[in-house]
Each structure stands twice: as C-alpha cells, then as structure tokens.
Design a binder for this molecule. Structure first.
Ligand SMILES: *Cc1c(COP(=O)(O)O)cnc(C)c1O
Length: 400
C-alpha cells in the first residue's frame, strides 16, 4: 500500500515523476480514469515512418499536448527515437519542448509576435515569418545578441488559411535574404485535400509550391506534407515531412498501410453500478429508458475531459471484453454504460473507452466516426485533467 501511494505521489519539479519499475496495474489501481501511452509503439511508429519517407526527414508535429497524448512523455521519447526535427504551432509550445530537454530544431508553424523574439533567441526556436516587420526586428535583435535566427516562410498555395501568396512569399524572402542576423532556412506549404478521396488538388499545390522553390533556389529546406500527404504522395515529401497523427498509430483515410501501432488508450474504472427497472430513465433529460431490468455502470469521464457529449446513446466502451452501449447523455464528468449483458460486472471493473481489452478494440477512428468528427479532434480534445502514464512493456516511465 505504501508503494502504491508512493507511485501515485505528486510529480517532481518538472511535473514528470520517475516511476522506477512500477507496473501499469499498480499505478492505475487507485485512479478513476487515465490515459496509457505506449512509448514502444510510439518509437516503433517513428522508426517505421522514418523508413517510409526516407531520404526525407521526419519532422514530428507535437502541437496541442502531442495530440492529447501528453507532451512530457512523447517529446523525449521521440527525440530518443531519432526524429530529425519538431514542429509546434505556438511559441509557448516550443519553449515547453526546450524545458523538456528537446535539443533538435523546433519550428513554430503558427503566427508569432515581436514580443516572442526574446524567448525565440534564448531557446533557439525557428519561426515561420509572415511579415517584413517581424523578420527585420528578429534579424536586428539576433544580430545584437551575436546570433543568427532561422526562419521559414509559409506559402499559401490554395488552402487560404495562413501564409503568403507565392508572389508575396518571394518578395519577403528576397527582402530578408541579406539581413545579418537572419537565416531564411525554409519554405513550406500545406495541403487542403490531403486526406480526401480525391487529393488531385495536392498536385496543383505541389506545382505552385515548386515554382516558388525554383524562384528561391538558395532556400535549402522545403516541406509540404502532413501525415496523409507523406504517406500517399512520394513526390511531396521534399526535404522533410511534418507528421503528427500517424506517429500515434492512426492513419488518415486513403493512405497505404504503414504498419503503425496504436499509442494511446483511454481507460477508466466503473465507480458505481446502479440497477434500473423497465421504464425508468437515466442521466439528464432521461433520454434513455430501460426496456428491461438493467444494470448501468458509471464511468468517471465526461465532456470536460474531452469525451464527446454527442457519444451519448451512440458510443460503446469495453467492459470485461464486451462492447457495452453508452446510455443517456454524457455529463461534464461522467456517463453511464449498460452492463446488463456483462456477466459479473462490478464496481472497479476496467472500462476501455479507446484501446483494446481481450479480443475487442475501440479505435480513435471508431470513436471519431460515432461522434461525427475526425480522430485528430478526438485525441487532441483529451484534457489535462486526465492523468497520463507513459510506459514501455507495462512498466511506467513517466507521468503527466
Ligand atoms: C497539424 C499540422 C501538421 C500535422 O498534420 P497531421 O495530419 O496530424 O500529420 C502538419 N502541418 C501543419 C501546418 C499542421 O498544422
């Protein structure tokens, strides 16, 4: 018991406790709900994707708390697995990576402000530069500090979300080229139809991007592909590919099988079993009614944890290896599941929301389909309140 308490103890300074040889079973025994992240599967996926896209580099996209898996465990594991670079969206996410000991280049994909420049220089962060003013200020401050800051320029080739038109990108690159203190290292673009059945528009975007690259032959690093494009369009891999979702073992639709393994599981313990008579209802609005004498298990996960409210009365979770229907509305912190058909179901049983149990499995893709959304959304919605346990072979290495 002492050991169990020690295992569940407060994190150390970094918030990531070293857990020695604690097993997942003992680490989770006293948790209501948790996320298990398989670092071996993550390393396997990084290796498989590196070989798949070689000789292009693998840029690991770890924005949004590493797609909900937990940046504290994911970033160091990916660095050890040999990914070439990291990418995030906001400067603060890049600073967090450095604090976790990441030493590889880190690219910020999103908009940065002049007020970000001090930490950008301090932590050697590569910005995506979208204005002349930002580039000039960064160059001047870097020069004054005896440094040379790297920037990439993002080209809008048809997504019309961010970046500069091809002409504006060429003008900005040329204006920044000779500033001391600045190294215009990269050019990027992003596909609109990467995971659509018909991704032929990517061909048009590739051509538009190639024209910009040809006009700026002195910019050495070019990148255009996310997971889907990296897997299905070899011609778009260029210098590096920006892969997020596939690292987690989830392949976008219409991509060739890459032998990836699922990384994340979301689990819970049934904290109560309630018996309901025929005709009685359950959860807010009593939208579900028992058609027979029913046993309902209470799962302590709710929409505040990122578990979609739209899964109420439609989703399933696994209990004792059996898919059990979610009944009634999902509440902020909990929901109910019908365990009437599960022999011996009891308080304390493990419920699997995403992952495998016995021969049954519920994937993030399946949850996304049921919830009417996409796996990126399901994973990145998982909130900080859920404890993350990073393990290899069932032995816990770190927590978040
Ligand atoms: C999130 C993101 C990626 C990664 O996309 P996946 O489909 O998860 O691989 C790549 N590039 C940009 C610009 C992104 O915002």
């Amino acid at each position: 018991m002492t050991q169990l308490l020690a295992g569940a103890a407060t994190p150390d300074r970094d918030g990531a406790a070293a857990c020695g040889s604690e097993t997942l079973a003992s680490a989770t025994a006293s948790l209501n709900s948790w996320i298990e992240v398989d670092l071996d599967a993550l390393a396997h996926n990084a290796g498989a994707l590196r070989s798949f896209v070689s000789p292009s580099e693998l840029i690991a996209v770890v924005k949004a708390n590493a797609y909900g898996a937990g940046i504290r465990g994911v970033a160091p594991a990916l660095e050890n697995a040999g990914v070439d670079r990291f990418a995030v969206v906001w400067v603060q996410e890049a600073v967090e990576l450095r604090a976790l000991g990441v030493s590889r280049p880190i690219l910020v994909l999103g908009h940065a402000n002049e007020s970000d420049i001090p930490v950008v220089l301090q932590y050697d962060i590569t910005l995506t530069c979208d204005t002349l003013a930002l580039g000039r200020k960064l160059a001047a401050d870097a020069f004054a500090a005896g440094k040379r800051a790297k920037v990439h320029i993002h080209v809008d080739t048809g997504l019309h979300r961010d970046g500069l038109t091809p002409d504006a990108a060429i003008r900005l690159a040329q204006a920044l080229r000779d500033l001391p203190g600045l190294d215009v290292e990269g050019l990027s673009t992003h596909m609109a139809n990467a995971d659509e059945a018909d991704d032929s528009f990517s061909g048009e975007q590739e051509a538009a991007f190639a024209a910009v690259c040809d006009a700026l032959p002195w910019i050495r690093y070019r990148h255009a592909a996310n997971s889907a494009t990296a897997l299905r369009r070899p011609g778009a891999r260029l210098t590096g590919v920006r892969v997020g979702l596939a690292l987690h073992g989830v392949q976008p639709d219409f991509t060739p099988e890459a032998g990836l393994r699922p990384v994340l599981q979301l689990k819970s313990h049934l904290i109560r079993i309630v018996d309901v008579a025929p005709g009685e209802g359950a959860s807010y609005g009593l939208t579900w009614r028992a058609g027979r004498p029913s046993r309902l298990g209470l799962v302590p996960v709710g929409y505040a944890d990122g578990w979609r409210r739209g899964l109420g009365n439609t989703g399933h979770v696994l209990v004792r290896g059996i898919p059990c229907p979610m009944v009634g509305r999902v509440c902020m912190d909990q929901f109910l599941v019908d365990v009437t058909d599960v022999q011996g179901a009891a308080t304390g049983d493990e419920a699997v929301l995403i992952g495998a149990q016995g021969a049954a499995e519920i994937t993030a893709e399946a949850v996304a389909r049921t919830a009417g959304t996409i796996p990126w959304d399901v994973l990145s919605s998982l909130q900080a309140r859920l404890p993350r346990l990073f393990h290899r072979d069932g032995i816990v290495e770190t927590r978040q």
